[in-house]
Design a binder for this molecule. Structure first.
Ligand code: FA5
Length: 341
């Protein structure tokens, strides 16, 4: 049996040298160490046939052979793994002719793109960008804008109220009030931001965006208002865009108007977007009401001004051909990627 142990070990070692990969090593392990019919297991079982005096020595020799085989198997396993992984790497060499991987670069949301354009047009016209809080007081959102408590015009802007008597601003007009209360004329300002109303359908969203403009000085006229709106719309849409003003009522302006632009899609000839009228409603405007001037501490006898407000989302929908306002707020990348900067 001692010879057996020697022989088993030396045959194992020479077979080991020929193992080329992990699978071959696994087979070799089974052939020698498998409990059922591995060579070593069979040899150990054969010990019982030896004379009792020889068994301990032969058993010891077989156990030593087993330890040696296990050590050699572990070493070879490690060698093969290192070799195989370096082969894998060198089998996939760097191919400098492959096209580069395209990095996904983010882009501004279509509304942000329009917002930036609106801001830059007004900066060119000499306006300053102002901001105000989205959670407002009743005073700034309604009261100072000539809508005292119980005024029916408050119902037109279905309001979200928060705790403590505050509300989510229903329009950007409160920024006019804040700006006039903190600065003296002359003022030329625009405010762009989120506003909130209980309103939801294909063209109305409970959260949408407005741009508010205000100019106050000593002799500001309705003609200045008309010229400013035309200059703005022609820069944002196209130079041949026409505008029209229709008399309308907003408590904070007098006279007040709503203004439309000629439909950018059909150039005024009539299409489904403009409901065949050739015109698209953009927003409200007018001369600042004397009651508003008094509320902010200005003298309506010495200054005059105009204000206007319109929806940024509507501008984006028109410019980009979007027919449902809700698409703008669903964060669906398949939709958003259609509007690269
Ligand atoms: C106002 O909010 C006035 N503050 C505008 C104004 C400012 C008038 C200064 C006079 C002087 P109005 O409620 O009409 O007005 O809203 C203005 C524009 O916001 C609308 O023409 C429309 O384009 C847009 N708008 C109104 N409600 C929604 C809504 N729920 N979703 C999307 N856009 C809306």
């Amino acid at each position: 049996m001692e010879t057996d142990a020697e022989q088993i070990r030396s045959e194992f070692e020479s077979e080991l040298l020929r193992t080329a990969n992990s699978q071959a090593l696994k087979d070799l392990r089974n052939r020698y160490l498998s409990r059922k019919n591995g060579r070593l297991s069979l040899a150990l079982r054969g010990l019982s046939k030896l004379p009792a005096a020889k068994r301990p020595h032969a058993g010891q020799a077989l156990n030593q052979a087993r330890q040696r085989i296990e050590t050699l198997l572990a070493e070879r396993q490690q060698d093969l793994e290192t070799h195989e992984s370096s082969q894998q790497q060198s089998g996939d060499p760097l191919d400098l002719t492959l096209p580069g991987r395209r990095l996904l670069i983010g882009q501004a949301h279509p509304l942000t793109q329009v917002r930036h354009q609106v801001e830059s047009v007004f900066r060119e016209l000499g306006y300053r960008i102002e901001t105000g809080p989205e959670i407002e007081t009743d005073f700034h959102n309604f009261e100072a804008l000539n809508m005292p408590e119980g005024h029916p015009a408050r119902d037109l802007q279905d309001t979200f109220f928060t705790e403590g008597g505050y509300l989510l601003r229903t329009h950007t007009s409160p920024v006019q009030v804040r700006t006039m209360m903190s600065r003296k004329p002359p003022i030329r300002m625009v405010a762009i931001g989120r506003v909130f109303r209980r309103d939801s359908d294909i063209s109305h969203s409970p959260m949408f965006h407005q741009v508010e403009g205000l100019a106050v000085d000593e002799r500001v006229t309705f003609a200045d208002l008309k010229g400013t709106i035309a200059a703005f719309c022609q820069r944002v849409f196209s130079p041949d865009t026409k505008i029209r003003l229709r008399p309308s009522y907003f408590p904070f302006v007098e006279p007040g108007a709503e203004f439309d632009i000629s439909c950018a899609l059909c150039s005024g000839s009539g299409c489904p977007t403009c409901k065949r009228s050739g015109w698209i409603e953009m927003g409200g405007a007018g001369m600042v009401h004397p009651a508003v001037f008094r509320a902010v501490g200005y003298d309506p006898g010495t200054v005059s001004g105009f204000a206007f407000g319109l929806g940024i989302d509507r501008i984006a929908m028109l410019k980009l051909g979007i027919n449902d306002i809700r698409l703008l707020f669903e964060n669906d990348l398949r939709f958003l990627r259609q509007f690269p900067q």
